[in-house]
Write a protein that binds this ligand. Sequence first.
Ligand code: NAD
Length: 267
Amino acid sequence: MSAPPTQPHSGRVAWITGSTSGIGWAIAKQLASEGAAIALHGSKAASASTDAQLAELHSIGVPARYYALDLADGQAIAPLARRIAAELGAIDILVNNAGMQHVQSVLQFPAEKWNALMAVNLSAPFHTIQACAPAMLARGWGRIINMASVSGLVGVAHKPAYVASKHGLLGLTKSVALELATTPVTCNAICPGWVLTPLVQKQIDSLAQREGLDEAAARAQLLGAKQPSQAFVTAEQVAALCSFLASDNAAQVRGAQWNMDGGFTAA
Ligand code: NAD
């Protein structure tokens, strides 16, 4: 009997959307450290910063390339998936992580913001799944992991589009999981609570400004309102869960909406 591979994701190719910062970047590093080739992706053209990220991934010893695409352009998603497969290899692990936020009352919420947010948070995962799942099925292995949120499980005032998009993403996750239930391709969602990333830092900054708070007080108020642990989830903890869902041991985790939220949704 040959020795088992030492790395859980050796030989796999992972496309993590929105992996230039926050949770996505943590997932890219985690999967790379466990052997996966990485399609790093963001909405902006390659830069010194993405070059540095690629250098870090290469130093781990895995192939990695950067791909720029604004996911609001749904038509361009399948061509990008084909390009990644041609350049890095067939996509085994798809992490739909890219997401945007806009905080405003539903009564004032601009329709164009609603459409943009839905396109990135909900329609893009539909397009990436449609683009990547056929090759996974043909190759007999695949993992689709959607980054939802506690906002997919409960309502939150002043985040109508975000909450609707994340509820929708959980619906998409469950439907895809059921459709693929007898195949070796799984589809699951992660529902983090507050994670301290640029997306949340913007909300801390606007809370601090609105209420005249310093940074520490704004952070404490944000957590205090919702997250019983009073501690942020870390991007690395979310990445570790993502790595598990991408592993062979998670073959029978299907259609899960796995929260990691410091007790946010336990109340
Ligand atoms: P972030 O702002 O650090 O990262 C978001 C990523 O999405 C970036 O890489 C950005 O380039 C990409 N992106 C945004 N709009 C895009 C577009 N139009 N086209 C292509 N890429 C685009 O945010 P984060 O906190 O790391 O969020 C990552 C995911 O986790 C999001 O889906 C978010 O909703 C979800 N999430 C975050 C938290 C949190 O507390 N931070 C909690 C629950 C869920």
